[in-house]
Design a protein around this ligand. Structure first.
Ligand SMILES: Nc1ncnc2c1ncn2[C@@H]1O[C@H](COP(=O)(O)OP(=O)(O)O)[C@@H](O)[C@H]1O
Ligand SMILES: [Mg+2]
Length: 251
């Protein structure tokens, strides 16, 4: 078992003194599908933002594929793709196609390879018909698929999705979930934060609960899900009758 992410004693104190993370130590194996859950303010987003150097540790360290994120933030951005809750803030292109091309262009791939990757990413996310549209005109679900297409084109080893189902309707959740599962089947390591365990937990092999900037629960979903409500996360009722395997909006 090899860890693709190694976080050691990570503490993050914001400028105003708020402790966002408090001595977090955790390893994530390559190919894992991890769900991180916890109440608002428990530190989920703060943790994710350390995985590609968007935030720097106050103390402690973060390594991805053996590379120190603090020392090599640019390299970590190639290894770790992030889909944030606020899809608008991630839009950089004038058109859907340009937006997806932005990442691979920054990797300095040759034009043919960029075009190939962009075409493929648009196709699997169902965005080909919208390729020439202005990204800001897309629906919420389309914008999130666009963020995923941008990440597919980068071929990162780790995909991080912060509240990927927030504000999406039922078809939107299903489409985004389908894309996340594709990335996992292609060998990616997946980390998803969510309050909605019932939408995704069937696909996870690990559940982490956070509270107060710490990891306070960590293990296989069937063993942990019963403690959800003690962490401010709704316990999915279906689990009592049908088991964790039933917790997916794709079934
Ligand atoms: N830029 C910031 N400045 C000060 N405090 C912050 C900032 N961002 C987040 N926090 C605080 O850090 C804690 C963890 O926040 P966050 O990681 O966003 O939680 P979650 O994603 O689990 O809802 C919260 O107490 C939050 O208010
Ligand atoms: Mg958050």
């Amino acid at each position: 078992m090899s860890a693709i992410i190694e976080i050691e004693n990570l503490t993050h104190r914001f400028a105003d003194g708020t402790v966002g993370l408090d001595r977090v130590t955790v390893e994530i194996e390559a190919g894992a599908f991890v769900v991180i859950a916890g109440a608002n303010g428990s530190g989920k987003t703060t943790l994710l933002r350390h995985l590609n150097g968007l935030l720097r540790p106050t103390s402690g360290s973060v390594r991805v594929a053996g590379i120190s994120v603090q020392e090599n933030p640019m390299q970590s951005r190639v290894l770790v793709g992030m889909v944030f809750q606020d899809a608008d803030s991630q839009i950089v292109g004038e058109t859907v196609r340009d937006d997806v091309a932005f990442g691979p262009e920054n990797l300095r791939l040759d034009r043919a390879e960029i075009d190939r990757r962009v075409g493929e990413a648009l196709s699997v996310t169902g965005l080909t018909p919208l390729a020439d549209k202005r990204p800001h005109l897309l629906s919420g679900g389309e914008k999130r698929r666009l963020a995923i297409a941008g990440i597919l084109a980068m071929r990162p080893r780790v995909v991080v999705c912060d509240e990927p189902f927030a504000n999406l309707d039922y078809p939107g959740v299903r489409q985004v979930l389908d894309q996340i599962l594709r990335l996992h089947r292609a060998g990616g390591t997946i980390i998803v934060t969510t309050h909605d365990l019932e939408k995704v937990l069937a696909h996870a092999n690990r559940l982490i609960f956070m509270r107060g900037g710490r990891i306070e629960g960590d293990g296989p979903p069937p063993a942990l899900v019963a403690r959800a409500e003690s962490f401010g996360v709704r316990h999915p009722r279906a689990v009592q009758h049908l088991g964790v395997e039933a917790l997916s909006w794709l079934s």
